[in-house]
Structures are given as C-alpha cells and as structure tokens.
Design a protein around this ligand. Structure first.
Ligand code: BGP
Length: 463
C-alpha cells in the first residue's frame, strides 16, 4: 500500500537552541544552565547542556547533513539568554545577533526553511530569581520585548514563528511535579503561570501582526497534545478523562485558537478558589490575538482513571484531585523513554482540530522515537540500523494521513529530531536523531532512518 501526502507538505525536523547550541559566548544562564551549575546530579550521568550538539560551532556542517537527510524545514529556537543582554530594556547582545543571523542564512543556503520558536523551557534564571518567572506579569512584558527584537531582526528572512514550545510542560515541570528547576510544587501558582503564558503568547502575537501581516508571515504556538482516554465506561473515569482533557490540552489550545478559556475549566477552578488573576483588558487581548497556525507535538496518549482522593481532600489544591494516570494492561511501550506508543491518537488529534478548532492550518512540530544505547545497532559501515525509528514514523504517518484524507488541514511533519541532542534531565541517554552524534569524538553520521526520510521527503510518499 502506498501512503501519499499532499503537494507542498513540509518534511522537516525540530530541535531547540538549549539542546543543540552549547553554552558558548552566552551572556546569561537559563533555568537549566543554572540548575546544572548548582545540582549536576539532577542530570543523567551528571551531564549538562554545556556542549549539547556543539551546533554553535558545527552549524554549517550540521545543516549540510540535515539537507542530505531530506530535511526541508528546521524548527529551532532563539535563546533569550543568548540574544538579549539586558532583559528590562531589550538591549541586544551583538554576538548573539550575529550568531542567529549566520545560522538563518546558512539554513536558507542549504534549502532549509527556518521555523523559529521563542521559548523552549529556557527562561532566564535571573527572571525567576527577581520576579518568580512566569508567575509574574512583568515577565510577560519582558518576553514581549524579547519577541519584538526577534521579529524585527529576523522577520525579513523568517516567515514561520512560534511563541512557545509546550507551555504545559513549563506548568507541569517547573510548578507542579518538580521535573524541572525551580521544582516548585504549587497548584495555584501553576494555574497563574498557565494564564500568564497564554497572555504572553497573545501579546507577542499582537506585536507580530503589527509588523507582518498574513499570509506571507505566520505565527503560532507549539502544544504537546496528549489526548485523554478514559480507562473504562464508568462515569467516574469518563469525568476524569474530561477534566484531564480540559487541563492538559484545552488550557492552551482553546485560548490560542478560539481566543477564550474553556468555560467548564474556568468554572471548576473558580469553584475550587484557584482561578487565575485576570483583567478584562487582558482577556480582550487573548480574544483578539489568536494564532495563525498550530504546531502539535505528539509522543503519547494520556490514559486516565478517576483518582483515589476525593475532590477537595487534597490541600493545597492540585489538579490531581480530578484524574489519575492509568497504566493500561497490554499497552505498547517505548521502554527506554517510558512512554506508550499509540499512533492512532494522531487521527483523533487531526479530527479534533478539524471539528472543534475551525480546521486551522497545523503541522506535526515534534514526533519521534528516543532509544538508549544505539551503538548496539551500528553495522559494519558505522551506520545505525534504526529500523524501529522508521517503523515508528511509518505508523504515525499512516495514522496522520487518515486524518488528512478526512479533510484535516495538516501541512507538515517535523521529526524530533535531526541530530542526536542533549535532552533536559536525560542528557544524552535516549537518542532521537536521524543523524548520530558520537559525542566523544564529535562525529556526526547519517542513520538508516535519514536515508528513509530523504526518500520520503523527495517523493512525498512511502510504501
Ligand atoms: C518534548 C520537548 C523536546 C524533547 C522531546 C523528547 O517534550 O519539546 O525538547 O526533549 O520532548 O523528550 P525527552 O527529551 O524528554 O526524551
């Protein structure tokens, strides 16, 4: 069977500044730089983001390899801590400006369209220390100052922009479950952070549209969508899944695309006494500045059952009073990463966007397979035989194509990731790249999946 994709479908790869560049010539630390400097044991094998993929020095060779893998679009991010010297005034760091100019020009020279994101978990740590980070509306305005600089500097060559990558991971990781620095565990603060990031996105979009009208330029947000599936037909499980969907997905999806928060979520948070602090003026900004397009990162679904705790029993408030993760027996797992593999969710996501989000243009902005110990799969020629990664992409693309055939407006697929990179707490443990990075020798080589992807990108189809 041949699986075909629409004409002009974009085949790309995603990555981020903090995970690839390495900490060379950066005037400031982000929260991960600071966390590593103060607590290296929080990272796999005590390895931090200092070198990452050394993209800062290797970008020309790396981009040439990406072009060989058929990558036609690269989503990466500009680091706030590299571009800006003074966060309050937005004064630029000239070295940072020159670096991003070089990278953008090199992308274009390699036939790779830049897709730039402005925040990939990498808040400047000084803004946490001074203001509480995303808890603060002043930080919202400083983000807009940074975003404005980016639009002005690079918008002549960059047509595709994103305000945030996975803001929900900031809420969960930094303010609820302690995965990421500052490891705050505080439900009401997390609720305010979610609101403030929605506001920051809308305010940045407002500025962007003043500079660049559509259709030549577009701006969106990148959301990790984890469709919530109830563990059973039991009404308690169904209600748990309904709240999980509101909290995990609609919290950002609805304001970004529809311009307002889901009513049921607002009512629930208000009844629990934890609703965010919002003004009518801010809500009007959110209503008026929705996204032009949407990036969807998809890795795994969210299986949900009703929680053991009774509502209101958990004090202080946590969203966990409404749902609990369900480890479905028999589910297919990526054991190395601990995530369920469930490609069919992509068909559901496509249908949801088509039906409930006015079929807005969207693309897969991340999807990929992280595997530990890939040296096991090196062949005699030094090529990683990563058939599991090809299978993973094939299955997900088949599910996605079903949604497209039914009319969903999906315009591209960006694999996570181009070159093996540094990955937050897990450092280099799980490898996701189409291109292998032999970290110790700094050698980068195409894996088998790169050849497969290149064919896919050239023909727009696979068997
Ligand atoms: C997404 C992030 C990426 C990347 C990816 C893989 O949530 O946007 O930055 O890291 O997940 O996850 P991990 O690196 O944790 O295995």
């Amino acid at each position: 069977m041949t699986i075909n994709f629409p004409k002009n479908f974009v085949w790309g790869a995603a990555t981020s500044g903090p995970q690839t560049e390495g900490n060379f010539h950066k005037p400031h630390q982000n929260v991960f730089d600071y966390w590593f400097a103060t607590e290296p044991s929080a990272f796999d094998s005590g390895v931090g983001p200092d070198l990452a993929s050394n993209f800062y020095h290797d970008y020309e060779a790396d981009l040439a390899l990406m072009a060989q893998a058929g990558i036609k679009g690269l989503r990466t991010s500009i680091q706030w801590t590299r571009l800006i010297d003074d966060f309050e005034t937005g004064r630029l760091n000239p070295e940072g400006v020159a670096y991003y100019n070089r990278v953008i020009d090199a992308m274009l020279a390699n036939g790779i369209e830049p897709y730039l994101n402005l925040h990939h978990f990498d808040l400047p740590v000084a803004l946490y220390q001074q203001y509480g980070g995303w808890e603060s509306k002043h930080v919202v305005d400083l983000f807009v100052t940074f975003a404005t600089q980016c639009f002005k500097l690079f918008g002549d060559r960059v047509k595709n922009w994103y305000t945030f990558n996975e803001p929900k991971v900031v809420v969960d990781g930094q303010y609820l479950y302690g995965w990421h620095y500052p490891q705050v565990v505080d439900g009401p603060k997390a609720v305010q952070v979610a609101y403030n990031m929605n506001l920051a996105s809308a305010k940045a979009i407002a500025v962007f549209h003043q500079y660049y009208p559509q259709p030549n330029h577009q701006i969106g947000i990148i959301l990790n969508l984890t469709p919530a599936y109830a563990a059973s037909d039991d009404p308690a499980d169904v209600a748990a899944a309904e709240f999980a969907e509101l909290w995990s997905n609609n919290l950002f999806l609805d304001p970004a695309v529809l311009g307002h928060f889901p009513e049921k979520l607002v009512t629930t948070l208000a009844n629990d006494g934890v609703l965010w602090d919002a003004t009518a003026e801010e809500l009007a900004i959110i209503a008026a500045n929705t996204v032009d397009c949407l990036g969807v990162n998809y890795y795994h679904p969210f299986r949900v059952q009703h929680p053991d705790v009774s509502p209101k029993s958990l004090q202080p408030w946590l969203p966990d009073i409404y749902f609990k993760e369900y480890e479905m027996p028999g589910r297919v797992m990526n054991v190395d990463r601990g995530w369920e593999i469930y490609p069919a969710a992509l068909t559901d996501i496509a249908k949801n966007i088509q039906t409930n989000y006015h079929n807005i243009p969207w693309f897969i902005s991340e999807n990929g397979m992280g595997v530990a110990g890939e040296e096991r799969f090196l062949d005699a020629n030094g090529v990683v035989q990563d058939d599991y990664r090809i299978d993973f992409m094939r299955e997900h693309l088949t599910a996605l194509q079903k949604g497209i055939a039914a009319g969903s407006n999906c315009q591209g697929y960006f694999v996570w990731t181009a070159i093996d990179c540094w990955s937050w707490n897990h450092a280099y443990h799980n490898r996701y790249g189409l291109i292998r990075d032999e970290i110790h020798t700094q050698t980068k080589t195409l894996k088998k999946s790169a050849a497969w992807f290149n064919r896919l990108s050239a023909t727009n189809q696979f068997e």
